[in-house]
Ligand binder design. Structure first.
Ligand code: IPE
Ligand code: IPE
Ligand code: MG
Length: 261
């Protein structure tokens, strides 16, 4: 019995230590653009005997917390993966719930961004999203459009797929060539980048994936060519401000060579 008490105390002490741990970050080497695959909501809920929807709601709460901290640290651009082109394969009930959650939570998230003068953009194919949601995201983008000059962005990837984005860009470029507005010789990497949903932002410096999965899941395929990757076992709703600092600290210890020496 004594031993169990000791173990529990030790566990709490360790957790407290972790919460109080702060990382000494180099203020001059904060990644300009961080992209996050917000994964693990379902497992977070299951661990607590809750429905998956509770996990998604907790994930949305955590986005507010982490976004706030990221901008406080000096991050300029944050891109979060909220719903992929593959997520339509989930049970209809879960998909409907996720769309409703977007309707409910997006205005609050944009309120916070408006307050911080961060411009909000939605990345992805809107044609498959429910009409009221499309109307809402257009209105929310318009609300913060004026902050583009601050260079601070929150990109929310909704019905986003990296391959789908490239198909979309290639089709637009082909149409420009067909209409003699562009010649095939003028197609450069910059031209392709400028036709992507992320044209307004630099490529991500750091891509984070909590939840233990070590894969890209069709996220920012073109843009992450030279990003640093960081994986963590923590489920997204539990991913804390300290975990973000730990990821940035790890990033700052990396040697980015971009193919050079
Ligand atoms: C991420 O969490 C949210 C979405 C993909 C919409 P998941 O729902 O994928 O959570 P897990 O991976 O099942 O735990
Ligand atoms: C990636 O997570 C998509 C989002 C977080 C929105 P998934 O849970 O859909 O990815 P897989 O299925 O594990 O690759
Ligand atoms: Mg998942």
């Amino acid at each position: 019995m004594k031993n169990i008490k000791f173990e529990v105390k030790l566990l709490f002490w360790k957790r407290k230590q972790k919460e109080n741990q702060s990382y000494s970050l180099d203020k001059h080497n904060i990644p300009t653009h961080i992209a996050i695959i917000m994964d693990g909501n379902g497992r977070w809920a299951k661990k607590r005997g809750l429905p998956r929807t509770a996990g998604h709601a907790a994930g949305a709460d955590n986005l507010v917390k982490i976004a706030r901290h990221a901008y406080d640290l000096g991050v300029k651009c944050l891109t979060v993966y909220a719903f992929s082109t593959e997520n339509w394969k989930r049970p209809e009930e879960e998909v409907t719930n996720l769309m409703n959650l977007c309707m409910k939570r997006l205005p609050q998230i944009v309120d916070l961004m408006e307050h911080r003068k961060v411009s909000v953009k939605f990345l992805g194919d809107r044609s498959r999203l429910p009409e009221p949601l499309v109307k809402m995201i257009e209105a929310e983008e318009a609300r913060t459009e004026g902050f583009a000059q601050t260079g601070c962005y929150l990109n929310i990837a909704l019905n986003y797929g990296g391959r789908d984005e490239l198909v979309h860009a290639v089709s637009q470029i082909a149409n420009e060539v067909k209409g003699n507005r562009l010649s095939p010789e003028q197609i450069t990497e910059e031209v392709i980048s400028s036709h992507l949903y992320t044209a307004h932002c630099p490529d991500p410096d750091l891509v984070l994936r909590p939840s233990g999965e070590i894969r890209i899941s069709n996220f920012l395929l073109w843009q992450s060519a030279y990003s640093e990757f960081y994986y963590d076992n923590i489920l997204w709703p539990d991913f804390s401000e300290q975990d973000l600092e730990k990821a940035i600290c790890t990033y700052q210890g990396r040697n980015r060579r971009f193919g050079g020496v």
